[in-house]
Design a protein around this ligand. Structure first.
Ligand code: ZN
Length: 239
């Protein structure tokens, strides 16, 4: 039976519409700037998803070390379980460990209890491997549902998405990755890149990311911003 539109509650519409709205980068930056990753106007947050990876993550760490830049790494619990020493190396190098879930599955396709278990498990795996208590959570594909928000809160984490990405999971050159970020980025924004190809169709996609990093450091200079982790991105008022 097809219900008339009037019978569909506002809450139900909001529940379905919210994830779609939040997937729109420009719109969520306007209506939920903190969730989108807007912070201090003299700072850009640099973030990596889907690691740790035994090839990609050390390559990223090496370039960041050369640039004198620290970043936030949204780790997958399953990857941390496979490569705990790589996760530990990220934090030992001065970077921030964050949570991207245990498995890389869209929360819209999972039940709320399953989502809660996944986020809590991932947070404990990341904490055990790195010896730090993570602060931030970003859901797979950036799909933030009501269940994601409840799970984030129950795990003692703060949700954050991004304001600019490099689409570096695709078959792209470093210049294309940097140009895509440049086209979206404004002072105070959060950049999303990947230190793994474990969820992409393009093996070695992270190689373009590694080469693009110095270009992004130049972009930060041009914007008059310091590039760094999310822990340095918010001011004392919580922004
Ligand atoms: Zn991801």
């Amino acid at each position: 039976m097809i219900r008339p539109l009037a019978a569909v509650s506002t809450a139900a519409i909001a529940g379905w519409a919210a994830p779609a709205l939040l997937r729109g980068r420009a719109l969520r930056t306007a209506i939920c700037p903190r969730l989108a990753g807007m912070g201090r106007p003299d700072h850009l947050a640099l973030t990596f998803d889907d690691g740790p990876d035994p090839d990609a993550t050390p390559a990223v760490l090496e370039v960041l070390d050369r640039l004198g830049v620290t970043a936030t790494f949204f780790m997958l619990g399953a990857q941390v379980a496979r490569h705990p020493q790589v996760a530990a190396a990220v934090v030992a190098a001065g970077h921030e460990a964050a949570v991207h879930g245990f498995t890389h599955r869209n929360h819209l396709a999972r039940g709320p209890i399953d989502v809660c278990r996944d986020v809590t498990h991932a947070a404990s795996v990341v904490a055990a491997a790195t010896g730090t208590r993570p602060t931030w959570f970003r859901p797979p594909y950036g799909v933030m549902t009501a269940a994601s928000l409840v799970a984030t809160r129950r795990a003692g984490l703060r949700p954050v998405l991004w304001t600019a990405w490099g689409r570096d999971w695709e078959d792209r050159s470093p210049v294309q990755v940097a140009a895509t970020v440049r086209g979206q980025l404004a002072p105070g924004g959060t950049v999303l890149l990947h230190d793994s190809d474990c969820t992409t169709q393009v093996a070695g996609s992270w190689r373009a990311t590694v080469v693009a990093l110095p270009l992004l450091a130049e972009l930060a200079d041009q914007l008059g911003c310091q590039l760094g982790p999310l822990r340095d991105h918010v001011d004392s008022s919580g922004r």
